[in-house]
Design a binder for this molecule. Structure first.
Ligand SMILES: [Mg+2]
Length: 316
């Protein structure tokens, strides 16, 4: 990125509560690297999500600030990016959460040397954002099954969560889920009406590296939509297998679309939504794309990690 120490200071916005120990090590090591290189690094710790957005907004408005480093999980990163919407200052992520969906998509892993490669490289990419009923998200939204899982996890959440915290909620949701009817419109065209699972987003890979939105590009000005027609557990199991095998787009019971405005509603009560792994607003929801909202520093030639790599990392 060829940032010069004279260009301005680096705002280091860190969530001190984000869980992964690899994240904490990277926060320390990368700061040491920058300081040794003569950069003026100014650290602030976030105490809430809205505080993260506020700190980011201040850095974005400060002409002495040359770059923003966002250290935390998907929630913290989302709020920092949201606070910088419309700014052309480069943002670099230090992944510190459980899933790190966005960081993974941008090609980051758990190594400080990848951060340094990104910083020293010359690769800045625009990132689109999603706006759902006025609420910002960066990565992926879900309606139906996975939103039920997220709700169960959050209802029992105590502090930091890890992958195992999802096991029983997934299991219980699998046996109890009732596959609500959903109506989906893409750019004012009705696409589907019926029982299904729906994913809308910016990034190709979801939890544990599942490539649900196969064709998604986070800077192409389009949201990807994947609708799995589904009203039984057997069908859900089949969809899951096909997704693991990356064979779901093009199947008869899957609809894959791209667009700029997505509308999701339901005749059923109690249909949940999730955005970037957090519970979302009640339906109906209109999702609009905010094109090239921010600029991200990414490792040159990096690719998102798939299921196998994520699984190995999870086992540590
Ligand atoms: Mg896109």
């Amino acid at each position: 990125m060829s940032l010069n120490p004279n260009d301005g200071y680096i705002a280091y916005i860190i969530n001190p509560k984000s869980g992964a120990s690899s994240g904490k090590t990277m926060v320390r090591e990368f700061k040491d690297y920058l300081t040794a290189g003569g950069y003026d690094v100014r650290t602030s710790f976030t105490h809430s999500l809205s505080h993260a957005a506020e700190l980011a907004g201040q850095s974005g408005a400060d002409s002495d600030c040359a770059m923003i480093v966002a250290g935390g999980g998907d929630g913290t990163v989302r709020e920092i990016v949201h606070g910088l919407e419309g700014s052309d200052k480069p943002i670099l992520i230090i992944p510190g959460g459980t899933e790190n969906l966005l960081a993974n998509e941008l090609g980051f892993d758990e190594k400080t040397k990848t951060l340094i490669k990104a910083f020293e490289g010359d690769c800045i990419r625009p990132l689109d954002l999603g706006n759902a009923n006025g609420k910002c998200f960066t990565s992926i939204a879900g309606f139906g099954f996975d939103a039920d899982v997220v709700k169960r996890v959050m209802d029992t959440r105590q502090g930091h969560i890890n992958h195992l915290d999802y096991f029983w909620p997934v299991w219980r949701t699998f046996w109890g889920h009732r596959f609500p009817e959903l109506n989906i419109a893409v750019d004012d065209e009705d696409i589907y009406e019926g029982p299904c699972l729906v994913f809308v987003g910016n990034i190709s890979r979801y939890a544990v590296g599942l490539q649900i939105l196969h064709y998604a590009d986070y800077g192409d000005g389009l949201l990807d939509v994947c609708i799995y027609k589904c009203k039984s557990r057997l069908r859900l199991a089949k969809h899951s297998l096909m997704t693991v095998l990356k064979m779901h787009p093009g199947r008869k019971d899957v609809i894959y679309k791209q667009g700029k405005v997505i509308h999701v509603s339901s005749p059923d009560a109690k249909v949940y939504s999730q955005f970037d792994g957090d519970p979302g607003p009640a339906l109906p929801i209109t999702i609009e794309l905010v094109p090239r909202a921010v600029h991200m520093v990414v490792p040159p030639n990096a690719k998102p990690a798939g299921i196998r790599t994520r699984f190995i990392r999870m086992l540590g």
